[in-house]
Design a protein around this ligand. Structure first.
Ligand SMILES: [Zn+2]
Length: 607
C-alpha cells in the first residue's frame, strides 16, 4: 500500500467512523422528519426580530421548518397489511426512509457532496412522477412554469435582504479570475455570486421585466429549481435535512382584492394533492400580524387577514389561529399534516409578503390606485379616470414544500407498497424459458406496453411513425424484464419481494395465444380497490362471452386461439357488475395492447 493510499484509507476510515457515529446519534427519530408538535413560536425568539423573521419565518416555500425533538416517538401510518412482528410483544420498528431508500435503491449520498441526495433511477422516477403530477395540475390552477438561474450576484441578494439576514446560510460563488469585488455603486462584472436558497427574487425579476396592468393579474410562476442552503454538517440527514433540495415553488403576484380567491385556489390545490398522495388528514393554521414589528399599514394587514379567514372558512377544513405569529412581512397559513398516531408535520405554507414587492419596486398600473392598493373598489368615475402605479401582493406558496421531504414522508408512509402510479417498479415481465421465440415475444410486448410506434411503410404515415421508430406520447410505464435462465419460482419471489405492482409471466403458451398472464394482485388498494375495476371486469366478461360463442360455433376449436384486440373494444357497458375474485386478478389473460390501456388508466387516475 502506498503511503498516500494508506493516508487516504485512514482518512476515509475516520470519516466512516464519524458518519456511523452521527447515524447512531440520530437513529432516534429526532431529526428524521419535521414536526410542528411543540414548536415554539419563531417570533418569540430572543434574536433581533427582523433577522429571526426572515431566517425562521418559513417564507412559504422559502424555508423548511427545523426538526423537532418531539419527533422521537413518532411512528408512521402504515398500510394495514404489513407483516406483524414475530414476537407480538416486540414493537414493530418504524419505517425509516433512509433505510428504505437503500433497500429500494431510491437514493444515496456521498461524502463528496454532503447533504445533497443523489437520486438513483428508482428515486428519480418517483421524483419525476410527483413533479409531473404537479405540472399537470398547473394547467388547471393557472401556473406558468419558469426556469431561473442558480447563481445571482451579491447585489440581488442585497436588494432582497438575503445578504443581510441570510448570508451565513448561503453558498457564495466566485468565478475564475473574478476578484469578488463590487465596482463602486455599479453592479460589477467581478462581483461575488450567491447560490440561491429560494426562488422569490428571481420571480420578482420576471415580474419587473415588463410593464404590468391590473388586467394581467394574477400572474403565477412555478419553479422546480434546485435550491442550496448551507446547513451545518451535523444536522444533515437522509432527505429531510439537506443542503440541496427542490421545492414545488410558486409565487403569485396579485391585486390586493384578489388575495381571497388566490388563497382559496391554493387551499383547493393542497386538498387535491394530499388526497391523491393519500396523506392526511391535515389542519390549517393562520398566523396573524405580530404585535410590534411589521411592515405595511394596519389596514393592509386587516384586509389581508380577513381575506385569509374567509378562504379558510370557505375551505371547510379545520383550522386554528396563531395570533401574532405571522412573519413581519405578512400573514401566513401553515399546512400541518397529521399521521395515524396523531403526530403533526408542517409541510407547506402559504405566505403573504408585503415587503419583497416593495424592495424590488414592483408595480402594476390600475385606475384609482389608492383605492386599488387597499383592496377596495369604487364606482367613482373621477377617481377611476386616474391611472397610477400599485404595488402587487406577493404570495409565496408550495403545495408539497420540499419535494425531498415529502418523498421521505411518502417512502415511510407506503413502506414499499407504492400505489401503482408512484411505484418505481411498476411492471416486471418474467420468462418461463429462454427460447428465442419467447425473448422476441417479450420484446414486442414491451414495445406494445410502452406505445412504440413502428416506422410507417404504407406511405400514408405521418409524424413519428413516418420519421422513424419511437415511442408515442403518453404515460411511460416502468417495465423491467427478467429473462435470466433461473427457475420461475425464484424469479417470482424476487419480483414480489421487490414489490412490483404488476407481474407478467411469459411462456410458450403465451407466445402461441398472443395473450399475457398478468398478476394484478400486488397493486395496493389505498384509494381504489382494483377488484372493483369496471374495465377489468368487462374485459373478463367479454373474453368469456367470446369464448362461449366460439365454443358453440366451433366445438372442436381446441384450447389455443389468438383473439384480436377488437374483441375487447366494448368497455363502456357493464355486463355483469361484481367484484373480481383474487384468483382472477392473479392470472388475468389479456393482450399487451389492452393491458397498456388498463395500466394507463391506473396511471392517469393516480391509482
Ligand atoms: Zn418565496
Amino acid at each position: 500500500m502506498s503511503p498516500r493510499f494508506a493516508r487516504f484509507t485512514r482518512k476515509k476510515l475516520l470519516l466512516d467512523v464519524q458518519l456511523v457515529m452521527i447515524t447512531v446519534m440520530r437513529s432516534s427519530r429526532a431529526l428524521r422528519l419535521l414536526q410542528t408538535g411543540t414548536r415554539i413560536s419563531h417570533t418569540t425568539s430572543q434574536a433581533p426580530r427582523r433577522v429571526v423573521a426572515i431566517r425562521n419565518g418559513y417564507c412559504s416555500a422559502c424555508e423548511p421548518a427545523p426538526p423537532q425533538p418531539s419527533d422521537v416517538k413518532r411512528r408512521y401510518d402504515r398500510p394495514k397489511s404489513h407483516k406483524k412482528p414475530k414476537n407480538p410483544k416486540e414493537p414493530e420498528a418504524a419505517p425509516d426512509h433512509r433505510h428504505l431508500g437503500i433497500e429500494q435503491e431510491l437514493f444515496t449520498t456521498s461524502i463528496y457532496s454532503p447533504g445533497s441526495p443523489i437520486f438513483l433511477p428508482n428515486g428519480t422516477r418517483i421524483f419525476n412522477k410527483l413533479t409531473d403530477f404537479l405540472r399537470t395540475q398547473y394547467e388547471h390552477f393557472g401556473f406558468q412554469e419558469v426556469i431561473t438561474p442558480t447563481i445571482y450576484k451579491k447585489s440581488l441578494w442585497e436588494k432582497s435582504g438575503h445578504w443581510e439576514n441570510y448570508a451565513e446560510d448561503m453558498y457564495s460563488v466566485t468565478g475564475r479570475g473574478a476578484s469578488g469585488e463590487k465596482e463602486g455603486r455599479q453592479i460589477g462584472e467581478d462581483e461575488e455570486y450567491g447560490l440561491k436558497p429560494m426562488n422569490c427574487p428571481g420571480h420578482c425579476l420576471i415580474f419587473a421585466s415588463k410593464q404590468r396592468s391590473y388586467r394581467d393579474l394574477p400572474i403565477r410562476f412555478a419553479d422546480f429549481s434546485p435550491l442550496h442552503r448551507n446547513e451545518i454538517s451535523g444536522a444533515l440527514s437522509g432527505l429531510t435535512r439537506v443542503r440541496r433540495f427542490h421545492q414545488d415553488d410558486g409565487h403569485i403576484f396579485c391585486r390586493p382584492s384578489q388575495i381571497r380567491e388566490e388563497i382559496s385556489k391554493t387551499l383547493e390545490f393542497v386538498k387535491l394533492t394530499y388526497g391523491v398522495l393519500g396523506l392526511g388528514p391535515y389542519r390549517l393554521a393562520l398566523s396573524t400580524r405580530p404585535k410590534d414589528t411589521f411592515i405595511g399599514t394596519v389596514e393592509e394587514w386587516d384586509n389581508a387577514e380577513a381575506a385569509l379567514r374567509e378562504s379558510l372558512v370557505a375551505s371547510e377544513q379545520p383550522w386554528t389561529l396563531n395570533e401574532g405569529d405571522g412573519a413581519f412581512y405578512g400573514p401566513k397559513i401553515d399546512i400541518i399534516l397529521k399521521d395515524s398516531d396523531g403526530k403533526e408535520h408542517q409541510t407547506a405554507t402559504i405566505q403573504l409578503d408585503f415587503q419583497l414587492p416593495k424592495r424590488f419596486e414592483l408595480e402594476y398600473q390600475a385606475p384609482a390606485p389608492e383605492i386599488e392598493q387597499k383592496g377596495l373598489t369604487t364606482d367613482d368615475a373621477e377617481l377611476l379616470s386616474v391611472q397610477g402605479p400599485v404595488t402587487p401582493v406577493l404570495i409565496h406558496r408550495a403545495v408539497l414544500g420540499s419535494v425531498e421531504r415529502i418523498m421521505a414522508l411518502l417512502i415511510e408512509h407506503h413502506n414499499g407498497r407504492w400505489p401503482f402510479w408512484l411505484n418505481p417498479r411498476q411492471v416486471k415481465i418474467l420468462t418461463v424459458n429462454d427460447q428465442q421465440e419467447t425473448l422476441d415475444f417479450v420484446k414486442k410486448v414491451v414495445q406494445d406496453l410502452q406505445g412504440y410506434d413502428p416506422p410507417s411503410t404504407d406511405g400514408e404515415g405521418r409524424g413519428l411513425g413516418a420519421l422513424g421508430a419511437g415511442l408515442v406520447r403518453g404515460n411511460r410505464l416502468s417495465i423491467d424484464v427478467d429473462d435470466s435462465p433461473r427457475g420461475l419460482n425464484k424469479k417470482l419471489s424476487e419480483a414480489k419481494n421487490q414489490r412490483y405492482g404488476v407481474i407478467i409471466v411469459v411462456g410458450a403458451r403465451n407466445v402461441e395465444s398472443n395473450r399475457l398472464t398478468v398478476d394484478f394482485s400486488a397493486i395496493p388498494n389505498y384509494r381504489y380497490d382494483i377488484r372493483e375495476s369496471k374495465l377489468l371486469n368487462n374485459l373478463l366478461v367479454a373474453h368469456k362471452e367470446a369464448k362461449l360463442e366460439r365454443d358453440a360455433r366451433y366445438p372442436n376449436w381446441g384450447t389455443h386461439w389468438a383473439p384480436a384486440d377488437e374483441e375487447f373494444a366494448s368497455q363502456d357497458g357493464d355486463p355483469a357488475p361484481r367484484k373480481l375474485s383474487h384468483e382472477e386478478l392473479k392470472a388475468f389473460e389479456i393482450t399487451a395492447r389492452t393491458l397498456r390501456k388498463v395500466l394507463n388508466g391506473f396511471q392517469t387516475s393516480y391509482v
